[in-house]
Design a protein around this ligand. Structure first.
Ligand code: SF4
Length: 248
């Protein structure tokens, strides 16, 4: 990946921010919250200093449901959910257009996961920011996403609108993933347990990497890797889906 240098690179870094999985590990334990939030503000707007900078830090804390007084505290003085709020405040400090959120709730207590997800949605509407949310939790994905990309062994196998994908998954792997999620809507629906082990990504199977575990695999799947092609309003990398064989 090419990272631009100079002014263009600086602007790209401002517009793209990150929320990490473990908020405790992603915050400097020796920095007060005021410095953690003030640093990116000052870095991208060097004229921000002193009282004005402190007010901006207070406004950021308020935006994520914390108190401006919290700027004086250290990360260990907060709960896990509060620490993730600080990490979110840091991510939005520079006014990004695009935020990568890597499993932002998986390290949190279940009782606060919904609060953090709702906060992310509120901020998205206020700030008009785009999220790339990475998650293994399909309930979180369904709740948060407009468009979903499903990956298997490091490759994108299905990319579709969330509502369409959850209503009628096109790729056999996506279907198996969705079938594993308990749902009142799917009581009595036929299930096909996922068999076999996940292959070594350094030595993936020939052709379609999913073929050793796929009930629809044919000889073509063993020799020819499918590429993403238009299917059901999105794109899917599967010979069966592209040939209309995978719909149930
Ligand atoms: S390409 Fe073949 S093996 Fe791969 S998911 Fe589709 S049907 Fe299964």
């Amino acid at each position: 990946m090419h990272i631009a240098s100079g002014a263009a690179g600086r602007e790209a870094r401002r517009q793209t921010q990150m929320i990490f999985q473990d908020p405790y590990a992603s915050l400097n334990p020796r920095w007060r919250v005021g410095r953690t939030l003030g640093d990116p503000l000052h870095a991208f707007t060097p004229t921000l200093r002193g009282k004005v900078l402190a007010e901006r830090v207070g406004a950021l804390l308020h935006a994520v449901g914390l108190s401006p007084e919290d700027a004086r505290k250290y990360p260990h003085e907060f709960s896990g959910g509060q620490r993730q709020r600080i990490a979110i405040a840091r991510a939005i400090a520079a006014g990004p257009r695009f935020i990568i959120a890597d499993e932002p709730t998986s390290a949190l207590d279940v009782s606060v996961q919904a609060q953090i997800l709702n906060l992310l949605r509120e901020l998205q509407q206020q700030l008009h920011v785009t999220y790339l949310l990475i998650s293994h939790n399909l309930a979180v994905v369904e709740h948060m996403s407009d468009t979903v990309g499903v990956m298997y062994l490091g490759r994108l196998v299905e990319l579709r609108r969330a509502a369409d994908l959850f209503a009628a998954p096109a790729h056999p792997y996506t279907r198996l993933l969705i079938e594993t999620v308990p749902s009142l809507h799917r009581i009595g629906a036929p299930r096909s347990p996922l068999s076999g082990e996940v292959p070594d990504p350094h030595h993936p199977p020939s052709g379609c990497a999913f073929h050793p575990r796929c009930s629809l695999a044919t000889e073509r799947c063993r020799v020819e890797r499918p590429v993403l092609q238009p299917v059901l309003g999105g794109t899917v990398a599967c010979h069966a889906a592209q040939g209309g064989r995978a719909s149930r």
